[in-house]
Design a binder for this molecule. Structure first.
Ligand code: UN1
Length: 517
């Protein structure tokens, strides 16, 4: 792995064929690849803007066919015992594992993240398949003490139906895998609407999973690549889709949540983050620097969990700033397939404009750019949108700091106490990830307490990004409240049933009610 994929032939596309991707690809899978009649989508690599493939997009008709097939297959799939479903999921994980290098490279090519992070994302797909395999034997319910004589009460979990999965460009494979592997184990079918910026990743994953599932079960991993107005809209209103799991912007979530609720569907929302690291005066600054660089600069600042705010005790802020300025300036910006690169391109020019706008706005509002702040040009990658990792020193929470800009901009603010760190951490509309660097166990525990961070993820002495799949992933407030991946997140993919059984010979009523006797 590695060597042949470096700068020598960075845009060698021949490996795509090994993932079943051709020059022109169908944008809808309902068990077979449909002859779609939608517009043709030209897929470009953010690395240099060059074309890497085409997709004939799905129409509303293709959507309906995929939804129907997914639902029909669900009706049979739900009858299979959980561990039998888990065996399919295990084999899908084996396929991910066997193709990890190719998948990592495709992520790098299509989403622009550096190869190491592309491989990390492919590994996340393997990990969640392993997790879901084990889960298939652990879809536990409860037995509950009944108040009535000779009665037993229990709670069981049953398959729900088709799970609609809407994913963003920044995790073009893993977010689907988090949802799909759990959904399949839980006895559901899946219907995936990927970002139009990363359709080839979705085709590759669907082909791998469908090959394992075989003809009989392949519609469980249905796919529709098409515009929001056609296929996205159809999914939100589709009564055959009881759960829509959507990852993306808060703006998107504001549309998805109410639309799905309108028909009493369930939605699982993973929306914007505005994640802070608090660095206390007693923190290990070496650790804090490393965690901050990975959190702010990794994936070119395009993770939901990216560190966007650094809240630093005034006693150490100048020291930390000097170290970070040095570290940021040393991050190599370049082609993400080059092993030395730490910062790849932003997804597109619109994102780079967002970066320019945020930097200019921060400066206008009283922030000072202490490193970065400009576009970068990368040799051989003229068509890509590259920017410098940037730190803006802010006197306080400027208005722009409340907004999520999907780019490597870190706002650095002084704080004077733990209480202030917590208050500033919580003083944004979003609530995804947070962390504190301190050697003081009291401060750490206070940050994690009910009166501490209000985020779905709160860490100590590690950064805000790079969560493991074993935990429940998601956040509060404008982040949307959803939880996916590990822990008991699987419960949202199932329906809960409470059953009371009378094994006696009389009919006592609950609450001791006497009715007519
Ligand atoms: C996202 O940015 O949408 O914790 C998800 C992380 C990754 C997932 C990020 N495991 O950074």
């Amino acid at each position: 792995m590695g060597a042949p994929w470096t700068m020598a032939r960075p845009m060698d596309l021949s490996f795509l064929a090994q993932l079943g991707i051709g020059k022109t690809n169908s944008g809808a899978f309902d068990g077979t690849w449909r002859k779609t009649k939608g517009e043709q989508l030209v897929v470009r690599s953010p690395i240099d803007g060059s074309e890497i493939g085409r997709v004939q997009m799905a129409t509303a008709q293709d959507y309906a066919a995929a939804s129907k097939a997914a639902h029909a297959t669900f009706l049979r799939w739900r009858e299979l015992p959980g561990p039998k479903r888990g065996e399919f999921v295990r084999q899908i994980g084996v396929a991910f594992r066997a193709n990890k290098d190719l998948l990592g490279r495709l992520i790098s090519l299509e989403a622009g993240k550096i190869l190491q992070e592309g491989l990390g994302e492919a590994q996340e797909c393997v990990d969640i398949a392993d997790f879901a395999t084990g889960l298939s034997r652990q879809l536990y319910g409860l037995t509950i003490a009944s108040e009535r004589q000779d009665h037993s009460m229990r709670e069981t979990w049953h398959p729900l139906g088709t799970c609609g999965i809407i994913t963003a460009f920044n995790f073009p494979m893993a977010v689907w895998a988090w949802n799909a592997m759990l959904a399949l184990t839980c006895g559901d079918s899946c219907l995936w609407k990927p970002s139009l910026k990363t359709p080839l990743s979705s085709i590759a994953m669907t082909k791998l999973a469908a090959a394992v599932l075989g003809k009989q079960w392949a519609p469980l991993v249905a796919l529709v690549i098409g515009p929001d107005a056609d296929v996205g809209s159809a999914m939100l209103d589709d009564p055959l889709v009881p759960l829509v799991s959507a990852t993306g912007s808060t703006r998107m979530g504001r549309i998805v949540g109410p639309r799905v609720a309108q028909r009493f569907g369930r939605s699982l929302l993973e929306l914007g983050g505005n994640n802070a690291i608090a660095v206390m005066a007693d923190a290990d600054l070496d650790l804090a620097v490393r965690a901050t660089v990975f959190g702010a600069v990794g994936t070119a600042g395009q993770r939901c969990t990216t560190t966007r705010r650094l809240l630093v005790h005034e006693q150490v802020i100048d020291d930390l700033q000097a170290r970070l300025v040095k570290a940021f300036a040393q991050c190599k910006i370049g082609n993400p397939l080059d092993q030395k690169t730490l910062v790849g391109p932003l997804i597109d020019e619109a994102s780079a404009k967002g970066f320019d706008h945020a930097v200019a706005t921060a400066a206008a509002q009283g922030g000072k750019v202490v490193v970065g702040g400009k576009r970068a040009s990368v040799k051989g990658c003229k068509g890509g949108a590259y920017v410098q990792p940037t730190i803006v020193r802010c006197p306080s929470m400027l208005p722009i700091v409340r907004e999520e800009t999907f780019a490597p901009i870190l706002y650095m603010l002084p704080i004077r106490s733990l209480d202030e760190a917590i208050a500033v951490n919580n003083d944004v509309p979003q609530g995804l990830s947070s962390s504190i660097f301190t050697a003081d166990v009291r401060a750490a525990e206070r940050f994690l307490a009910a009166t501490g961070s209000d985020c779905g993820i709160a860490n100590v002495n590690i950064g805000t990004s790079g969560a493991e799949i074993g935990g429940a992933f998601g956040g509060e407030k404008e982040t949307g409240g959803g939880r996916e991946s590990g822990s008991d997140s699987w419960k949202v993919y199932m329906r809960r049933q409470t059953s009371t059984v009378n094994w006696g010979t009389s009919l006592p009523l609950a609450q001791g009610i006497q009715f007519g006797d």
